[in-house]
Write a protein that binds this ligand. Structure first.
Ligand code: SF4
Length: 347
């Protein structure tokens, strides 16, 4: 019989489980709080549980602790990047994922991985370069927050699912993760403080609406038309820009937040004409547009857009009434793009 994945368990699942071990239901809540509120990493630290119960938990559950194998800190101390090794079902399978801690004026934000690797194959991305290794469990996604929070001695106010992996390609575990960290007896993180970034798995966007989640959505758009988008992102061959934007229009109905991420690549998607085309496509969608100067990828011939091109592009969007930000290049002296730290560690 598979051991019980205690980190991924909801409060109800945990209460049911402890009952199946012959314990009182309230013990489930105690364990849930130790893991999801106090971030302990072994049963011995759960000091209000009887020793015999802790022993049962040790026998019947898997309770891994992510290991920090590398940490990079930017010179200005605003960004810390963590390379974690995870254990799957108690066996070290040497899966490595990254998370990034960013200090903002309003608090600390973490960017988490939802998969080891990724199968979406976006042309500009290091995370997808080696394909998908495996999905992370809900507990493995949450444990990245807990480990950072505990080891740095800080509270986390915002979470972005924008690290390694396509969150909507690991839908069930990601939804479970959101409910786990949102729970009042756990981290109690508001859904509106969570942003999920997707390359555009259209049916799954409708699934999020059906799940009635109030999280923010960040769409990796990166192009004003299907032709450019298909060149950059294989997913665009499956779902057209019009289909994707129809899902986005539905998503913002009911007050949900949406951001369009747009990587600016010199000579590929950054002309004034591209900006005007984008304005037409996004007309009527209450959104925020985030422009991100690309990382230089010499082997693909991609370089970041020139500052003048970014300024012109941004002005055209703003003059059409869109809210535009240029992503602050946090920690640009460390391997800041997703997948870079893991890839340099594999080399
Ligand atoms: S950009 Fe995101 S979806 Fe695309 S390959 Fe990279 S991790 Fe996957």
């Amino acid at each position: 019989m598979d051991k019980f994945d205690i980190r991924s368990a909801t409060l109800d699942e945990l209460c049911d489980f402890v009952e199946s071990l012959g314990e009182k239901r309230y013990r489930g809540q105690q364990v849930f709080e130790w893991i999801n509120q106090k971030f302990v990493e072994n049963f011995d630290e759960m000091t209000n549980l009887p020793a015999a119960f802790r022993e049962k938990l040790m026998i019947h559950t898997v309770f891994f602790a992510p290991k920090i194998v590398e940490k990079q800190i930017s010179k200005d101390n605003s960004t810390k990047k963590f390379l974690f090794e995870l254990q799957n079902y108690g066996i070290m399978d040497s899966v490595q994922v990254e998370a990034v801690l960013m200090a903002y004026r309003h608090g600390f934000s973490v960017c988490l991985s939802t998969q080891a690797g990724c199968r979406m194959g976006c042309d500009f991305c290091a995370s997808g370069a080696h394909g998908l290794v495996r999905n992370l469990t809900a507990g493995e996604i949450a444990a990245q927050i807990y480990k950072i929070s505990h080891s740095e001695g800080i509270g986390i106010s915002n979470v972005v699912l924008m690290g390694m992996g396509e969150p909507l390609d690991n839908f069930d575990n990601v939804v479970k993760f959101i409910r786990l960290v949102n729970h009042a007896k756990g981290l109690n993180l508001g859904q509106r403080n969570i942003t999920l970034s997707t390359c555009g798995l259209v049916p799954r966007i409708f699934d999020i609406i059906r799940e009635n989640l109030q999280i923010g959505l960040a769409i990796s758009l990166h192009a004003p038309n299907d032709q450019i988008r298909r060149r950059l992102m294989p997913i665009a061959r499956k779902y057209s820009l019009d289909e994707l934007l129809a899902a986005c229009r539905e998503y913002v109905r009911g007050g949900r937040r949406i951001t369009f991420e747009y990587i600016m690549i010199d000579g590929v998607n950054d002309s004034a004409g591209n900006a005007r085309e984008l304005c037409k496509k996004l007309a009527g969608i209450n959104c925020h547009i985030n422009l991100i100067p690309a990382n230089n990828i010499p082997e693909k011939g991609y370089t970041k857009s020139k500052p003048r091109a970014i300024a012109i592009f941004s002005n055209i969007l703003e003059n059409s009434g869109f809210t535009v930000t240029l992503r602050r290049e946090l920690g640009s002296d460390i391997s800041a793009a997703c997948g870079q730290l893991r890839n340099s560690n594999r080399a």
